[in-house]
Design a protein around this ligand. Structure first.
Ligand SMILES: [Zn+2]
Length: 485
């Protein structure tokens, strides 16, 4: 990151078609979602970003509470010996772990890991709360920050410190734990589609892409407007790998000791990067209405103090009716109306409501939506009902637009040549027959500039050839391939 990039405030948004990466960074900064922090590879979440993250958090907390999950707060620091017990996990995370080696002036006898993820410490802690099968399932979740020493960072998508939720669950049977993994993945799909308006593909990861220490990993994958994939959530099944490394056992119904079956799953603030890249345009952010911190920005228009008072009296019953139904903000700042419109537009507020002297006289307001920019006159008395309906319609339109883009940038190559052509000429998702061999996946990744199997979708429609699209050995599955963030 250049110093000038850090210090210069973004003046204008680069066009998406000119430079997608620069466009993305411009939107994130100009909309005041987040910014670079003075510590390399870290970022600061500004109030709009924080409110958006809180909205996602509320939606997900409600979903998992329905199925009996409870929030905990676990420690940030993990002793080295605790962290080191599960070999595959250590191997996967060691290269990006940050260490604490000194406390005050003392060198620590046992260095501490700043959690990159918390399987090891949570397992160590909860095993004392699990005695018998009656204590199961134990369904924990925490909202926390973690640290991974990434070398290449990018606002929201990859930063050395990031916020997420991590769920960790403990079960008496493999079947129950596996069904937990899928239940959560479906909750993630619901967050992506019903809240963020981003259509996603749920499926199972290949061996190359699975989580370190997992028996299997599932994911949801969304398509960004440059055709790249974004992994928007993952849910892992560990079998007894962690419970055997950390000795997390219980007494079963037959009074015999058995090891738990465990899962873990997470979504992070990269979802915010995802909604920027899935919906944004050259004017900035387009906020999905259900998580938008401000759903309607009201801009009063007046020339003098008398006008200000008249419009204020006019707006009082309107904002009272909106209270508790539509998240709104009345923009009384001293700026010109045009500047205020730009302010709310770049932040992607779904509806802008204008109220000027003529509107006051006619008992109506002018509403402009962020997607169509169409101006509509709405009677002041029915604005709240109108907005509630229109916010739902807006969500549906946004989702449909993203779905259409996703479909238009999806191919079904039948041959290696078609597959090659697709990725040599651009980006998107390619559904193809696959042998599911690591060797084959690594070879095509290398030859096609980073194309990977994003996952093996749970739902596959239509027929596929019986040979792998790349190596022509027998296909055992269908995978969706893409370049990814
Ligand atoms: Zn193959």
């Amino acid at each position: 990151m250049a110093v000038s990039e850090e210090q210069d405030f973004v003046k204008q948004i680069t066009k998406m078609s000119v430079d997608f990466d620069k466009w993305y960074t411009d939107v994130v900064r100009k909309a005041e979602l987040a910014d670079y922090a003075p510590i390399a590879g870290t970022m600061v979440l500004r109030p709009l970003g924080t409110a958006t993250w809180d909205a996602i958090r509320r939606a997900f907390d409600d979903l998992i509470a329905e199925t009996g999950h409870e929030n905990w707060i676990f420690p940030l620091l993990i002793p080295e010996d605790v962290f080191m017990k599960e070999a595959e996990h250590v191997q996967g995370f060691a290269p990006e772990v940050a260490w604490v080696t000194r406390g005050g002036k003392e060198d620590l006898a046992v260095p501490l890991v700043v959690r990159p993820t918390s399987e090891t410490i949570i397992g160590t802690i909860v095993r004392k709360y699990i005695q018998s099968h009656r204590d199961l399932p134990l369904l924990t979740n925490q909202w926390a920050n973690v640290v991974r020493w990434e070398m290449r960072t990018r606002l929201f998508l990859r930063s050395r410190e990031f916020y997420w939720q991590e769920g960790h669950t403990f079960h008496a049977t493999a079947a129950e734990a596996e069904s937990e993994v899928l239940q959560i993945l479906d909750d993630y799909r619901e967050i992506a589609e019903d809240w963020l308006a981003v259509p996603v593909i749920p499926g199972r990861k290949t061996e190359v892409e699975k989580f370190a220490g997992a028996e299997f990993t599932t994911s949801i994958e969304g398509m960004m407007r440059d055709g790249l994939a974004l992994q928007m959530g993952t849910s892992h099944y560990f079998g007894q790998n962690f419970s055997s490394a950390y000795d997390i056992g219980f007494t079963n119904r037959e009074n015999r000791r058995e090891l738990c079956y465990t899962t873990s799953w997470g979504i992070s603030w990269r979802l915010i990067g995802g909604l920027v890249m899935a919906h944004g345009d050259d004017s900035g952010l387009v906020m999905p209405p259900r998580i938008a911190p401000v759903q309607a920005a009201i801009v009063p228009i007046f020339r003098d103090e008398a006008g200000r008072e008249a419009v204020s009296r006019f707006l009082a019953p309107i904002t009272a009716a909106l209270k508790g139904r539509v998240r709104h903000r009345v923009d009384w700042r001293d700026n010109r109306p045009g500047d205020k419109y730009a302010h709310w537009e770049v932040r992607g507020v779904p509806f802008r409501v204008e109220a000027g002297p003529r509107d006051v006289e006619a008992g109506q307001v002018v509403v402009v939506d962020r997607l169509s920019r169409e101006k509509r006159q709405v009677p002041a008395a029915s604005l709240a009902d109108w907005l509630v309906d229109e916010l739902n319609a807006y969500h549906a339109t946004l989702f449909e637009r993203a779905r259409k883009f996703h479909t238009e940038h999806t191919a079904h190559p039948q041959t290696k040549q078609e597959f090659r052509d697709f990725f040599e000429n651009g980006n998107g998702f390619a559904w193809a027959a696959f042998c599911d061999r690591t060797e084959c996946e690594l070879e095509l990744k290398d030859q096609l500039g980073g194309v990977t199997a994003r996952n093996k979708p749970f739902r596959v429609e239509g027929g596929f050839p019986d040979r792998c699209v790349w190596c022509e050995q027998p296909a055992t599955t269908v995978a969706v391939f893409a370049r990814a963030y």
